[in-house]
Design a protein around this ligand. Structure first.
Ligand SMILES: [Zn+2]
Length: 232
């Protein structure tokens, strides 16, 4: 499996050399997971076979505001948030029902992230290698099933230096959960020793909490599979 990070920037104004474009991850077979607003007008050049969405926030789906050159896969809740987008090939993904695209399996797991734009993370598998990708996150509901045996966890880093939990009236999402790296962390922040220590603490936390889980790679490091590269 090959993962190419085309973009990892979140819904913030700051851009850095390593976090220049909004979220977009290319998986083996030219399958994209998410394409944020920065990709508007640039999708054709990527020649995607299919696009899989985690949720409807602009930094993850805004690149489709003028349509898509290929089929787009998303949950019914995400499609609810994209009604005005002129996308012709709309495919509905059911959580925990894997779909196969370009020889790769994508299984959606609902996660706590936003009350307005409900999100999923994807367990992505090819052969005997699985990774878990969840760029925006407060909490994974079925953590053990999602992470069991994964070679790599790619998560939300926006909470490393600030809490992610926001309350809307009496409701909140994921109160009491811990830290999750790394997709939206500005590179300048990663140079901070405090952030690095929090990442290390997170790695220890997830391994301790998931007794049946074997996570052999954290963030952008993997010694064997999958292959990882970055374009922006
Ligand atoms: Zn989001």
């Amino acid at each position: 499996m090959k993962l190419t990070f085309l973009g990892t920037r979140g819904e913030i104004d700051v851009r850095t050399t390593l976090h220049r474009m909004h979220s977009c991850l290319m998986v083996t077979g030219r399958i994209l997971i998410d394409c944020g607003a920065d990709w508007l007008g640039k999708l054709e050049a990527l020649k995607p076979q299919a696009i899989v969405l985690t949720h409807a926030h602009p930094d993850h789906a805004g690149g489709l505001e003028c349509g898509s050159p290929c089929a787009v896969y998303a949950t019914a809740q995400t499609w609810n948030g994209l009604k005005r987008y002129p996308i012709r090939e709309r495919q509905i993904i059911e959580p925990r029902h894997p779909v196969f695209l370009g020889g790769v399996e994508f299984e959606a797991f609902p996660v706590a992230h936003s009350l307005i734009a409900p999100a999923v993370g994807y367990r992505v598998s090819k052969g005997n290698v699985s990774v878990f990708y969840v760029p925006d996150l407060v909490y994974i509901h079925e953590r053990h099933q999602a992470l069991s045996g994964v070679a790599l966890y790619i998560g939300d880093g926006a909470s490393i230096m600030r809490p992610l939990v926001r309350c809307r009236g009496a409701r909140s999402a994921g109160v009491g959960c811990a830290r999750w790296p790394e997709a939206h962390v500005p590179h300048s922040m990663m140079a901070n020793n405090v952030a690095q220590q929090r990442l290390a603490n997170y790695a220890a936390w997830i391994l301790a909490k998931s007794a049946s889980t074997s996570v052999t790679g954290i963030a952008s490091i993997s010694q064997t599979a999958p292959t990882i590269s970055r374009r922006s």
